[in-house]
Design a protein around this ligand. Structure first.
Ligand code: NDP
Length: 592
């Protein structure tokens, strides 16, 4: 009998105690401020490695109906939905050299969609595209972003390699004035910020990080000129290199097997292990494609959302590690906290731990790779080669027992007083999530009377639907702050894009000079948010630290106001749909 088939014996009290001990080891007084900006360590971190340096163009000065900031899935979908509403006069600005957002920047080896591509890639029925695999790889997703750009004729509207430097509401003109690093001055009636969710990279503030003399980079700026190879070819220049990777989150889980294959030696520096289930990727079955009926994608998206939020549904169309996780849990918003849910999750995590024993040959390594927390405390991972990598003689897991790397010196990484010399150090240390909105965007928004958004939100955000903000007329935002969240982010960006395009079209029809939410509408939305937050707060408190619970620094009233809508993705969609069906722009004050 394999370890996976043995009956699972659980002592809930013992597990709870173990989870608590492991969490307490990791709680740090500096919480989210333990991380630093990569610009403090790397010169030119913000430079784009995928374009020729030195791009210049003449400044653009123009009036336009809509400016959309961001050319990732959020911006692409906004462009597509605006066109569908007959709004043709818009610009999309992105600092990258092409569309794609996260898929433009993240080209690390092994990068792939960790959600089924049939529900992750948007508008498949509109474009007629079918992903080649159940979990498409990064290059295919990036190419699909470009296809969306062509299909909806968005390239003509795009200003790439362009960084917005400031946006300011001009009351006299009733326009947003958008300035950029190319001295552009776009005067837009409506402004849409689709600036990304997890796009600003962060580094661990490990003492000595700036003294490292070997080669180093963040996973979102993979340096193939150093490693050799490409996302699809082996990294041939690593064969005589000792490589270290810091971090074992969703990114590292995908990158490690490739580094293990190619490096002379790989050291994986771990603070908290990820829970890694089976992937079972497979090519798309052409017979299945033939069987698809119109409306299939939305049905599939909704089926996924219902399953992951614990609803009882007749069938599981996706049938993967995500949809099998468990009932009763509220994804990325926290669990219900009832015993039944807790027991189901203990059992699931026992299986995840048993899988490690079944795969990893060295018992001490297997033990160190075991995650001791509830499934949804961190993003669940799925991979069929990650754990196997630790059986290779050229791979060493350096577990820090929850403490993190102690120090970095000119040529090594130090853990528990032991130096591990490395030629190359890769930071798989993630992205900012809970830092200030405008800090992450990289520019300030000045609304009515010149008030900065940072100032207006200094005690926490105020919005309707996470999309409209008082004092910032004709602005629509797409972010996690008071907005939708879930394991599969793209359908949320899509729903928000539908809502954005609808709002703009209605404002045009009404010949509105401005729209913005009333105080009352913002208070009502906050009340809705808080209703859902109560359940997830207890769940989060008990979790091991990570970006889901603001590194364990929860309970801060400002953070509570900035939290996403925790009532589940389908329920968030319902809120937006109801609002559109009502067709009165309820809660928005219109001036003519
Ligand atoms: P994460 O923030 O999830 O992981 C950062 C890692 O760095 C953690 O393992 C963290 O440990 C570790 N770390 C931080 N500080 C130290 C330290 N001082 N010493 C040692 N280790 C340290 O970032 P990822 O880039 O992995 O993932 C971010 C998100 O990106 C995912 O949650 C997911 O939403 C998305 N993603 C999506 C993919 C997709 O296919 N769609 C693929 C990859 C990522 P600790 O856990 O202890 O904090």
């Amino acid at each position: 009998m394999s370890d996976l088939e043995k009956p699972i014996k659980i002592s809930p009290e013992a597990l709870k105690e173990k989870y608590r001990i492991e969490r307490d080891k990791r709680l740090r007084p500096d919480g989210p401020s333990q991380y630093i900006d990569p610009n403090e360590v790397f010169r030119d971190f913000d430079a784009d490695p995928y374009v020729e340096p030195g791009f210049t163009r003449s400044a653009i000065v123009e009036e336009t109906e809509v400016v959309v900031v961001g050319g990732g899935f959020g911006g692409l979908l906004t462009g597509a939905r605006l066109r569908q509403q007959g709004v043709e006069d818009f610009r999309i600005i992105d600092r990258a050299g092409d569309f794609g957002g996260t898929w433009y920047w993240n080209r690390y080896p092994g990068a792939a969609c960790d959600i089924e591509s049939y529900i992750y890639l948007p508008l498949l029925e509109e474009t007629g595209y079918i992903p080649t695999e159940k979990y498409a790889k990064a290059a295919e997703i990036f190419a699909y972003c470009q296809q969306l750009g062509r299909h909806f004729d968005l390239y003509d509207r795009a200003l790439f390699q362009t960084q917005v430097s400031e946006v300011r509401w001009d009351e006299a003109r009733g326009r947003w004035l958008v300035r950029t690093n190319h001295d552009d001055m776009l005067a837009a009636r409506f402004l849409v910020i689709a600036g990304g969710i997890m796009h600003k990279a962060k580094l661990p503030g490990i003492p000595g990080i700036e003294t490292f003399k070997g080669h180093s980079f963040h996973t979102s700026r993979w340096d193939y000129s150093y490693t050799g190879g490409s996302p699809t070819e082996p990294m041939d220049r690593l064969k005589d290199k000792r490589v270290g990777i810091i971090g074992t989150g969703a990114t590292a889980v995908q990158a490690v097997p490739n580094l293990a294959r190619d490096a002379e030696h790989l050291y994986v520096f771990q603070r908290t292990p990820s829970g890694v289930g089976e992937r079972n990727n497979r090519p798309t079955d052409p017979e299945w494609v033939k069987s698809l009926q119109p409306g299939w994608q939305q049905r599939r998206v909704e089926n996924f959302e219902a399953l992951v939020s614990g609803q009882t549904v007749d069938e599981d169309l996706i049938n993967d590690g995500w949809t099998q996780i468990s009932g009763g849990v509220n994804f990325e918003g926290g669990g219900e906290g009832d015993d039944q849910y807790e027991m189901a999750d203990f059992a699931r995590m026992e299986m995840i731990r048993a899988r490690i024993d079944a795969i990893v040959e060295d018992p001490a390594t297997a033990e160190a790779l075991k995650p001791w927390y509830n499934t949804m405390c961190k993003r669940p991972c799925f991979h069929d080669e990650y754990l196997q990598s630790f059986n290779r003689p050229n791979v060493t897991l350096v577990d820090t027992d929850g403490k993190g790397v102690e120090r970095i010196t000119a040529h090594s990484v130090v853990v528990d007083g032991i130096e591990y010399p490395v030629d190359c150090l890769i930071y798989a240390s993630g992205f900012e999530v809970s830092t200030g909105y405008t800090r992450r965007l990289g520019f300030e928004l000045y609304g009515r009377d010149g008030q900065a958004l940072t100032e207006a939100w200094k005690e926490g955000a105020g919005t309707l639907h996470g999309m409209y903000a008082k004092g910032f007329p004709n602005l629509v935002m797409s972010s996690l702050i008071q907005g939708g969240t879930g394991a599969n982010v793209v359908p949320i960006l899509n729903e928000v894009a539908v809502q954005t395009a609808y709002t703009i079209k209605r404002a045009i029809e009404l010949e509105a000079r401005t729209f913005e939410p009333t105080d009352q509408a913002q208070e009502n939305w906050l009340a809705v948010l808080f209703t859902h937050l109560t359940g997830s707060a207890k769940f989060s408190t008990e979790c091991t630290p990570g970006f889901y619970n603001n590194e364990g620094s929860i309970g801060d009233p400002k953070m509570a106001r900035n939290a996403p809508y925790a009532g589940g993705t389908l329920s968030y969609f319902e809120e937006l749909k109801k609002w559109r069906e009502n067709d009165e722009l309820e809660g928005l004050e219109i001036s003519k």
